[in-house]
Design a protein around this ligand. Structure first.
Ligand code: PRP
Ligand code: URA
Length: 212
């Protein structure tokens, strides 16, 4: 089900691919669009976190003793505002003890540069921190790069990126600077158009999510 090529994991599960088709469709309304994005967020994050470290613990069931696992990493979810919020909701549902560090970035639609408008990161993060940058669209890669640089400067143990749709240009940009970052996605699309939009993509994710 999962195609892992170098540091990119494309999740080909039919549930993921059918919801991706739903959000690509121009006729999908904002309610259905949000719902499919949430489902995609849950399953992409599920795939992305398979690299988290665990340790064994013993518990008692109502019937007997059982050996199980708990996570040992300090997990940070980093949604890139606005559109990343839809992924964070679902990621938080499956990782209720994770910390949420919001990153406010807005792409200038003329220059395609990402401008920072909010970040509230601590000066230091625990050395066992594993970060999942959540941004549904990896287009030029400017926004994801800015988010990853923030965490690289915090010396976290590991940075991962979860995006619903990626352009090859964005993946190349991230891996040129950070070859160790694992990207989990539903699709690597064809290319960017002259306006910096992913082709075929799904249009403007934030606008479609929030009906703006
Ligand atoms: C979109 C998207 C990414 C970014 C991707 O956000 O959600 O954050 O563009 O483009 P890039 O890879 O070329 O940087 P946008 O800046 O439009 O903000 P929004 O989520 O508030 O709509
Ligand atoms: N941001 C989006 O929301 N969509 C794109 O295709 C590119 C950037």
């Amino acid at each position: 089900m999962v195609v892992t090529k170098n540091m990119v994991k494309v999740v080909s599960h039919p549930l993921v691919q059918t919801h991706l088709t739903q959000i690509r469709d121009i006729n999908t309304n904002p309610y259905e669009f949000r719902n499919s994005c949430k489902i995609l967020g849950r399953y992409l994050v599920y795939e992305a976190i398979s690299n988290l470290n665990t340790r064994e613990i013993n518990v008692e069931t109502p019937v007997a003793k059982a050996c199980g696992l708990v996570f040992t990493d300090y997990i940070i979810l980093a949604p890139v505002l606005r559109a990343g919020l839809v992924l964070a909701e679902e990621a938080q549902a499956i990782l209720p003890t994770a910390r949420i560090y919001h990153i406010g970035l807005k792409r200038n639609e003329k220059t395609l540069e990402a401008n920072s408008y909010y970040s509230n990161l601590p000066k230091m993060a625990p050395s066992s921190s594993v970060v999942y940058v959540l941004d549904p669209m990896l287009a030029t890669g400017g926004s994801a790069m800015a988010a990853c640089e923030l965490f690289y400067n915090l010396n976290v143990a590991q940075i991962n990126l979860v995006s619903i749709v990626c352009a090859p240009e964005g993946v190349a940009k991230i891996h040129a600077k950070f070859p160790q970052i694992k990207i989990t996605t539903a699709s690597i699309d064809d290319c960017l158009n002259e306006h910096g939009y992913i082709v075929p993509g799904l249009g403007d994710c934030g606008d479609r999510l929030f009906a703006t």
